[in-house]
Design a protein around this ligand. Structure first.
Ligand code: UD1
Length: 430
């Protein structure tokens, strides 16, 4: 199984280009199924989750052609089945966007329940509430969600929790429903806005995305489009934190600084310099980080997908920090691994009390999920000695060329496949 081997201690210096947003791409790929015309999407990250989504779409007869590493041509006019129960689809959680898309297009969808990272219970009651409000009959039988409607009709839906997935799924199902659907307490994440822009470019009539009330005026049909996906907020944030973690100086390019404000604000509190320009953010760190408190919240709050990364940094800060996870109840699993590297972190429910230690020491650790995996790599970059991170398939779900981008910034990191290669790396840096 592939692993990352890392020799810590090198400050990251230079420039890094951020790719397209994985979470926007997953929604937009599914949304492309809403039309029978050709759709061209650019800036699709070459990560295993987006590739799995494309495989899942192919498995139901969608024509999906990669015309370049980041460009995809889609034609969903020949969808063969609405019953989707393939191995491809089970691999990713966002496959449930195909329910919204197929229900919106054909008034029927039967899709196997999603997988994804095990960071909490992840119920889908708000998705079901939305589909039902639009007039669908929804049942779950033998692990498959069956949604069917005579005709979808607009509705006024108040979400009980701010859910990115439910907001997206309801937008997908509602854009060709009769009348005006109103989603209250909607998620405001950048990828929700990106999906709305994409759907509008296909002829949908969606207003208010980016606020907590989204209005979807149903249209008769959607047409083909060509669209470029926004940069990935979390990939950018991870590199910003990696720069701060290693007392580096990194310019993170091709970003939307507005999307990074909560991340930049935390870095400033921790004593880093953050300089913003039109489409780049430079992070400079010269000293031991200050402790601070963090609570994850829906956008524009501090993202839960950056929680492991911030905790890793605070684990070496000069004092005690408190990190509160308010979105997913099981998102501190990586702390056990960090403890093996010398961290002093106590988790009580959804709160971590982080007592900063002078330094981490390299160890053999395992990535428990996507973002925690990336955070553990950052810990390896900070640590004395050599760290081996196993189970990197999780990291590859959401980061394209992670180790190559880090190498370009001066990190000593390799992707290896065998114990012999691990030994070779150890000898090289002994
Ligand atoms: C999406 C992102 C994920 C990110 C998360 C929060 C994608 C593919 N994934 O996940 O990276 O961490 O947003 O920003 O975009 N909830 C319910 N009922 C529901 C749906 C959600 O109670 O029907 C709860 C969840 O348990 C969680 C909270 O709402 O506590 C937020 O979840 P949600 O925003 O739906 O996350 P995802 O869309 O799964």
């Amino acid at each position: 199984m592939e692993k990352y081997v890392i020799k810590g201690g090198s400050p990251l210096v230079g420039e890094v280009e951020i790719g397209g947003a994985k979470n926007a791409a997953l929604a937009i790929l599914a949304a492309a199924c809403l039309t029978d015309d050709v759709v061209v999407i650019d800036n699709v990250p070459d990560a295993s989750d987006t590739n799995a989504m494309m495989d899942a779409m192919r498995s139901i007869g969608v024509f999906v052609e990669k015309t370049g590493r980041h460009s995809v041509k889609i034609n969903a006019s020949q969808i063969t089945g609405k019953v989707i129960d393939t191995e491809e689809i089970k691999k990713i959680r966002a496959s449930y966007y195909l329910i919204g898309a197929l229900l919106g297009k054909y008034n029927q969808a039967d899709v196997v329940l999603p997988g994804g990272c095990f960071i909490g219970l992840r119920p889908i009651d708000q998705h079901i509430k939305g589909f039902t409000a639009l007039g669908a009959d929804v049942r779950i039988e033998h692990g498959i969600i069956h949604a069917k409607a005579e005709k979808l009709r607009a509705s006024h839906i108040y979400l009980d929790v701010v859910s990115v997935g439910a907001t997206i799924n309801i937008m997908l199902a509602a854009c060709m429903a009769e009348g005006k659907t109103i989603i209250e307490n909607a998620a405001r994440e950048p990828h929700v806005v990106d999906l709305a822009n994409f759907l509008n470019s296909m002829g949908a009539n969606i207003r208010g995305a980016g606020t907590d009330v989204i209005r979807v005026n149903g249209v008769q049909r959607l047409h083909g489009t060509e669209y470029t996906i926004i940069p990935d907020q979390i990939e950018a944030g991870t590199f910003m934190f990696a720069a701060a973690a290693t007392r580096g100086d990194v310019t993170v390019k091709n970003v939307i600084p507005k999307h990074l404000e909560s991340i930049s604000a935390k870095l400033k509190e921790m004593g880093c310099e953050v300089e913003e320009s039109d489409d780049a953010v430079r992070v400079v760190s010269t000293k031991r980080l200050n402790p601070t408190h963090v609570k994850t919240l829906p956008y524009p709050g501090f993202p839960t997908d950056m929680q492991p990364q911030v905790t890793v940094l605070l684990g070496n800060a000069g004092g005690i920090s408190i990190v509160t996870e308010s979105i997913f109840e099981n998102r501190f699993k990586y702390v056990d691994e960090l403890t093996r590297m010398g961290a002093n972190i106590k988790v009580e429910g959804t709160v971590a009390i982080v007592d900063g230690v002078e330094r981490y020491t390299g160890a053999e650790i395992v990535a428990p999920d996507l973002r925690a995996g990336a955070a553990l790599v950052v810990a390896g970059l900070m640590a004395d000695g050599i760290t081996v991170v196993d189970n990197i398939k999780y990291i590859e779900r959401g980061y394209e060329d992670f180790e190559l981008k880090l190498q370009d910034l001066g990190a000593k990191i390799d992707k290896v496949d065998t114990d012999k290669e691990v030994q070779k790396f150890r000898l090289k840096y002994a």
